[in-house]
Design a protein around this ligand. Structure first.
Ligand SMILES: [Zn+2]
Length: 204
């Protein structure tokens, strides 16, 4: 599954969803205290298992970061979404072009998703996170809060992050990638249709 981290990054780069050093992925296996996460600043097109950073997560959810190790700048977003550990989980953060463009154009991703069965059957789209600085605690907490209910149970598979990207969660990196791909596809369709958010009528 560590190999999939690099494979997903290369696919995302080929799709134009990240520039060379963007994006990050974490992975935590069920009942494991190891959090795997992509390194900061590394060229994501050449990520292989030996480049993936390994961090120990304590029972309190805090991470130990050894000297000289530089995990992704979005570590806090991954940490919050990886604390709950009843199942193996991948968290994928990318900048998919059409999703970011649709948000920029004023589309509500949740409203859009319920209009397209190819998304709504398989992918639960949460409320988008407002514009917040990349790598900030606010972005980490805003993303976590958008993904979960008040009890901390995750209720969505993907949320948009305005003027930035998305965060998707699934059982492995490719499954998270599929949530992103489905949503990006309908965003591309809607943008190409020329329909504007303010005169959008939900299909019946
Ligand atoms: Zn980002």
């Amino acid at each position: 599954m560590l190999t999939a981290i690099g494979d997903v990054m290369r696919r995302a780069y080929d799709k134009g969803w990240i520039t060379t050093r963007d994006g990050n992925i974490s992975l935590r296996r069920k009942d494991s205290d190891t959090l795997y996460i992509t390194p900061s600043g590394w060229r994501k097109t050449i990520i292989h298992p030996e480049h993936v950073v390994r961090l120990k997560m304590g029972d309190d959810g805090e991470l130990t970061i050894p000297d000289g190790v530089t995990p992704s700048g979005e570590l806090e977003m991954h940490r919050l979404l990886q604390i709950e550990n009843s199942a193996t989980r991948a968290v994928v953060h990318l900048h998919p072009t059409h999703i970011v463009a649709a948000m920029f154009a004023g589309w509500d991703l949740q409203r859009l998703a319920i209009s397209f069965p190819e998304v709504s059957r398989y992918t639960r789209v949460g409320p988008s996170v407002p514009v917040l600085p990349a790598t900030s605690k606010d972005l980490a907490e805003g993303t976590y809060n958008a993904m979960t209910d008040l009890m901390g149970n995750r209720i969505y598979d993907i949320v948009g992050q305005a003027a930035h990207g998305v965060c998707a969660v699934a059982k492995d990196p490719w499954a998270a990638y599929e949530h992103i791909e489905r949503l990006d596809h309908i965003c591309e369709i809607v943008l190409k249709s020329g329909v504007r958010p303010d005169n959008f009528a939900k299909p019946v």
